[in-house]
Design a protein. Structure first.
Length: 144
């Protein structure tokens, strides 16, 4: 009887501890213009060559003057790429419009699919062409 009581105690304890433990959850935020609007910095950029499947770390290829730039998405639909921090030569500043259509974001003439958005980190995948090669590019933007 004592073995059964001990076994039952261990089993119940395990169930209670397991049910109380925290699990990693993906927090999602509604993808709306107001929620997405903000100032971001690109923190990662990878490309998959669509002709051969090779992966490329495009972020590593950016110069230091590009890595500190800001991407500003205003709630009124205006977009600004600001050459912040270390200035590139020549400085790169871009103005365009942006909008959302479900999980698709369009900035100027470039559209991408929003892979995830948790209110702070925005991950977007788009098809882009560099030097005649098409890539599936995934960019991670972190709100500043």
């Amino acid at each position: 009887m004592k073995k059964l009581s001990t076994l039952l105690f261990v089993l119940i304890s395990a169930i209670l501890l397991n049910s109380c433990s925290k699990t990693a959850e993906m927090i999602t935020v509604a993808i709306t213009t107001q929620a997405v609007a903000g100032t971001y910095k690109v923190t990662a950029m990878t490309g998959k060559d669509l002709s051969n499947g090779n992966q490329v770390d495009m972020y590593a290829q950016l110069s230091s003057c590009q890595k500190d730039d800001q991407e500003i998405l205003n709630a009124d639909g205006t977009y600004y790429h600001v050459d912040a921090g270390t200035q590139c030569n020549p400085p790169e500043s871009i103005t365009a419009n942006w909008n959302l259509n479900l999980n698709k974001i369009t900035i100027g003439n470039t559209s991408g699919d929003i892979q995830s958005f948790d209110g702070k980190t925005l991950v977007v995948t788009s098809t882009q062409t560099y030097n005649g090669t098409s890539y599936s590019v995934t960019e991670t933007f972190v709100r500043q």
